[in-house]
Ligand binder design. Structure first.
Ligand SMILES: Cc1cc2nc3c(=O)[nH]c(=O)nc-3n(C[C@H](O)[C@H](O)[C@H](O)COP(=O)(O)OP(=O)(O)OC[C@H]3O[C@@H](n4cnc5c(N)ncnc54)[C@H](O)[C@@H]3O)c2cc1C
Length: 386
């Protein structure tokens, strides 16, 4: 065994770093997870948690989400995600040309994928008891699920073999052909491999990465009778918002998720800035107005909290996953925008395989290769310069 402090250091205790750490630890590696603040301190703790194939762009993202959903179900059946992931229907509603067209495209995409998510209803909105008036069409999907990010992070990190190190802001790193050294404020840590899973902050350590902050706001209500609503209620505008720039979205892209606690999680907006402290009342009003019109029972609830998180968006719309150019010791796993909760199980498994020098699982290799940082090779020459 090499004389390292750890076999692998993961910088970032969000859901992506935690999932990678879990998969390395169960393979018997000595893993340290370093975070500036603590587990799920950034986007993973301020997200909705939909494990959704419906909302993914057709192509690699939809196929990877399909594979991740299936694997998440496995981890919930027999592994660390038991009690964290819950299957539930997803009801997509729409009014007007752009939303109806997005629903048509969704049905086409799911048919082409032929995966675990199936259309089980398509008709007028009145088919869902309790739904408000003025909604033209409702498509119901079976097979998707919901997983609160903070729960999954804590479950992964409870695995024996993972050493937690926080609060410890990462300042930078150095690597050579024998090891990689992570620089913290008061010490350095040496390891065989390093994974940078710092979410939107990864660009502070690798300044060449084309990561754009995209904030999102959410509301949460008080508790009430559970199961008023059987699954997520998602505006088709949300599907549009995930594929085009926010100003062209026709109506408020609301998603209403009923939680096991009897609360409703209501979200979420997309703003091109990185301030998690900003709560914009006009945006929240627009989300709430549409949420109440589509689900009038919300009038009986109080909003107890509004909060924002920052997604890490990438200029070409794909995450960045793999070894950085010219360095087989330093890996990146970031840029998951609004899809990191959904993709985390698969990415955790696959990055752990990469770090161990093993081949990807059958069926995902080509799509994973599309996520390689080598597509930005010239920009990455500034590596480790924080
Ligand atoms: C409003 C909103 C709604 C969302 N809804 C969904 C959804 O329904 N479904 C879905 O799949 N995804 C959703 N997402 C996206 C999802 O939350 C992210 O893609 C995912 O959490 C990213 O995880 P991560 O581990 O890459 O990053 P993060 O969770 O951001 O973790 C990065 C970690 O790095 C740490 N860190 C940062 N800088 C440093 C440093 N210098 N040194 C040490 N540590 C550092 C932070 O403290 C943090 O813990 C949503 C996001 C938002 C904001």
């Amino acid at each position: 065994m090499q004389n390292y402090d750890h076999d692998v250091i993961i910088a970032g205790a969000g859901i992506v770093g935690a999932a990678i750490a879990y998969h390395l630890a169960i393979a018997g590696l000595r893993v340290a997870v370093v975070d500036a603040t603590g587990p799920a301190a950034a986007a993973s703790g301020a997200s909705d948690g939909a494990v959704s194939v419906a909302s993914k762009k057709p192509g690699p993202m939809a196929r990877l989400a399909n594979a991740s959903l299936l694997y998440t179900r496995d981890l919930a059946a027999t592994g660390p995600l038991a009690g964290g992931f819950a299957s539930r229907p997803a009801h997509i509603f729409g009014t007007g040309g752009a939303e109806i067209a997005a629903m048509d495209a969704l049905i086409e995409k799911l048919a082409a994928l032929a995966g675990p998510v199936r259309v089980v209803g398509d008709g007028p909105a009145s088919r869902l008891p309790g739904m408000g008036a003025g909604i033209e069409r409702l498509v119901t999907l079976d097979g998707e699920g919901h997983m609160p990010g903070h729960k999954a992070v804590r479950a992964y990190l409870a695995t024996p073999g993972i050493t937690p190190i926080w609060p410890a802001p990462v300042l930078g790193f150095d690597s050579d052909d024998r090891s990689v050294t992570l620089r913290l404020a008061d010490r350095s840590l040496r390891a065989g491999r390093l994974v940078l899973a710092l979410g939107v902050s990864t660009a502070a350590v690798l300044p060449g990465l084309p990561i754009l902050p995209r904030s999102g706001q959410l509301l949460i209500t008080d508790r009430g009778p559970p199961n008023e609503l059987s699954g997520a209620l998602t505006a088709a505008a949300y599907l549009v918002a995930k594929t085009v720039d926010a100003p062209t979205v026709p109506l408020s892209p609301v998603v209403l998720d009923p939680l096991a606690t009897g609360q409703y999680l209501i979200g979420s907006s997309r703003e091109n800035h990185g301030d998690p402290g900003t709560v914009d009342f006009a945006t929240l009003r627009s989300i709430l107005t549409r949420a109440v019109s589509v689900w009038p029972a919300l009038r009986q609830r109080r909003v107890i909290r509004a909060f924002a998180g920052v997604r890490a968006a990438v200029s070409d719309g794909l995450p960045i996953v793999g070894p950085i150019a010219g360095d087989n010791r330093v890996f990146v796993a970031t840029g998951f925008e609004g899809d990191g909760i959904c993709l985390s199980a698969l990415i955790g498994r696959e990055v752990a395989l990469m770090l161990r020098g093993l081949a990807p699982e059958a069926g995902v290799a080509a799509d994973l290769a599309r996520l390689s940082p080598s597509r930005f090779a010239p920009a990455l020459l500034a590596a480790g310069a924080a």
